[in-house]
Design a protein. Structure first.
Length: 354
DNA sequence: AATGCGGGGTA
DNA sequence: TACCCAGCATT
């Protein structure tokens, strides 16, 4: 059964796998690493252009390590999960300082780098160095849970352990790179989450989930997502050609990205009423300002939050004290990284905002 | 062991 | 709307 499973996947990869990607077959560990960080929880099509941008701007790990943080974040802007960007830059600097710019070549040293966990370490170890470590990503969970009919929740500790051990047992000797590539592509192309192609699947004959009609029920997840709503009111405060922004530093969404002056309300608020709240007065104090315009509501759906944002364009004729915020010329805003909802606003308004 | 972190695609 | 995507760090 094990032999059938691995051989079938390797054969499928050799003869029928048409999934092409810029980093496939890549042997440079730096490029493999870059692609793996970008692709964490991210679809291949979504990460593709970002990979190309990063390779173009930073062809080697030394160049990435030497880059200013703000420039790297600006390249990452729009991709999400921004801690990846922060950790990636830290890891690049680790590689230069501790390994003289040579990518570490054991599973343990690879995983010791910032932002690299079990999956990414196995991916780099196998693809770059053909080391015998099985990858365990969303695709592998799905393929294994279905073929072997395993209903242990994949988001439980027991599940992760069970699937990791099975994946490692299945890894064919000396073929780590091609086998890991095979099973992930197979999960993405054939054994898909929705509408798996069981009618043409070369594993279907021995797939337990297919035989039992359980493909729609596997893999199992134990936890259900709770989504909370948040209401952001941004004061786009302008003085001459400058606008006030700050970097988000709290342990919250969009850490290390920039934003305008934020008032978060516990519930939807009328923007006129907002201007007489304590929160607003605490920021604007007795500053004389003019309300030039008010935007509509921008909605952004994150995985576990829904953000409703509205932008108030305020202008002042005297430069105010605004602790924690910096006044930046509007033509330099593109040096800073912003969350999607703000780049949407800027894109929609840039002709009329200033 | 549980929670939080983006943005986009699909049904 | 609900779920998922070449997961990881933090608590």
């Amino acid at each position: 059964m094990k032999q059938f499973f691995t051989n079938t996947l390797l054969e499928w990869n050799k003869n029928e796998n048409t999934r092409s990607m810029p980093w496939k077959g890549e042997k440079d560990p730096y490029r493999i690493w870059l692609s793996e960080i970008i692709l964490q929880q991210t679809r291949v099509e979504q990460g593709w252009a970002y990979y190309e941008k990063f390779i173009l701007n930073y062809p080697t790990v030394k160049e990435l390590a030497a880059a200013p943080e703000e420039a790297v974040f600006r390249l990452w802007q729009g991709l999400g999960y921004y801690a990846r960007c922060k950790n990636m830059l830290a890891a690049a600097r680790q590689i230069v300082s501790a390994y003289h710019g040579h990518f570490p070549n054991t599973y343990e040293t690879i995983q010791s780098l910032k932002g690299i966990g079990p999956y990414t370490a196995a991916a780099i170890a196998s693809f770059a160095f053909n080391l015998p470590h099985a990858v365990l990503d969303g695709n592998v969970f799905r393929v294994l849970s279905r073929f072997f009919d395993i209903d242990t929740p994949i988001d439980s500790t027991a599940g992760k352990k069970q699937f990791a051990e099975l994946a490692q047992e299945l890894l064919p000797h000396g073929l780590s790179a091609s086998y890991n590539q095979s099973i992930m592509d197979f999960g993405a192309v054939v054994c898909k989450h929705q509408q798996p192609a069981c009618h043409t699947c070369p594993l279907a004959g021995k797939c337990k989930a297919f035989q039992l009609g359980l493909t729609g029920l596997l893999p199992v997840k134990a936890k259900k997502l709770v989504i909370r709503k948040r209401y952001f009111y941004y004061l786009v405060l302008q003085y001459k050609d400058q606008v006030f922004i700050r970097k988000r530093t709290e342990s919250d969404i969009w850490q290390n990205l920039h934003e305008f002056i934020l008032i978060e309300a516990p519930a939807p608020e009328d923007v006129t009423a907002l201007q007489s709240t304590a929160a607003f007065k605490n920021i604007m104090k007795d500053i004389r300002y003019n309300t030039d315009a008010v935007s509509g509501t921008f909605k952004q759906q994150l995985t576990h939050q829904t953000i409703y944002s509205q932008f108030l364009m305020l202008s002042v004729s005297k430069k105010p004290e605004m602790p924690g915020y910096m006044a930046v010329p509007r033509n330099q805003l593109d040096h800073y990284a912003f969350p999607k909802t703000i780049t949407d606003f800027l894109g929609n308004r840039e002709l009329t905002l200033f």
